[in-house]
Write a protein that binds this ligand. Sequence first.
Ligand code: SAM
Length: 345
Amino acid sequence: NKDNTEGFPQNILELLDGFKASKTLFTASRLGVFDVLNVSGLTVEEVANRIDASLLGTERLLDAAVSLGLLYKLKCEDKLVYRNTDQARQFLVSDSPLSLHAYILHCNDKIWPLFTDLENAVREGTRQHERTFGKKSENVFKDVYFNNDEVTVHFMKAMHSIAKVTGRDVATAFDLSHFRTACDVGGCTGAMAYEFTKAHPELSVIVFDLPAVIEMRSHFQSVEEDSRVSFVAGDFFKDDLPKADLYILARILHDWSDEKIHELLSKLSKTCTPGSGLLLSEILLDEDRTKPSRALLQALSMTEGRQRSAAEYSNLIKKHGFSPVQTRYTGNMLDAMLFVKDDEA
Ligand code: SAM
């Protein structure tokens, strides 16, 4: 057991290599390695040929991916072939049902550049998107992610892939049988909404999101038609929210300051009647804000948002007349909290 106390800084050495491992995954995904290996095992020459890359570079990339547990390297007759692991087949092939491919590309194209500017972000603590991408970013969604249709669809694909992987656990975290209508506020492609209707046969869900997102929803809808999911375009800071028994806020509040959250919750609270539900889904920090590190690492590239603990979210939400009912640590990427609107005083 070589840990720090014995003088061998295993964790530091692993952290030193962390960025190389991430970039190996990003590059293999970007070049389509997991897609070309999806049908059968291939030699390095065959992979290099299909991804249109150098033999030497491809061999290095494939071997690194093998060492990270993303691929197998096997002897087949007298040739060495590379194959997808089960996990690669399930999560890395671009058209698999639970593919994380789009989210991986989002990390490569949008998050990686922000992290190369981390030192400046720490020094300045300001809007990093502006420095990194050279664009005004008063509102990161409107100014960066929904800049044009192609960029919007890329962002939506990234959100869609995470929601597909995490949505079921969020949708089944609580007994929601007494709710008939839900509004998924900032519900993007509807991926989460479909998980809710699958899990709750009596529930209909309205997905509410910005017009730029709702306009592009046809890129996703053909995959899963469900008449119990509908879409409404609007801005949750400016427009009225659709009426519903249950409001879902999945991966919304962490993007905003307390001030903005109060603005949104105040409007939401006025739309609710006693007994209405509010389901929050976020990565919940421990109360001493030391774990989980994926939440704290994500916070490094945030603009005005912040990661919060269950008690912090509870305090924000209670101010708007809701009481906490239950908190679920799903063990998945997203945890969940359920609140109910109090009787009028
Ligand atoms: N809830 C989805 C999920 O969990 O997969 C998407 C989360 S994504 C981080 C944030 C979503 O909020 C995006 O779909 C974005 O378009 C939406 N959003 C941001 N600002 C908004 C606003 N002012 N009004 C409505 N939707 C907004």
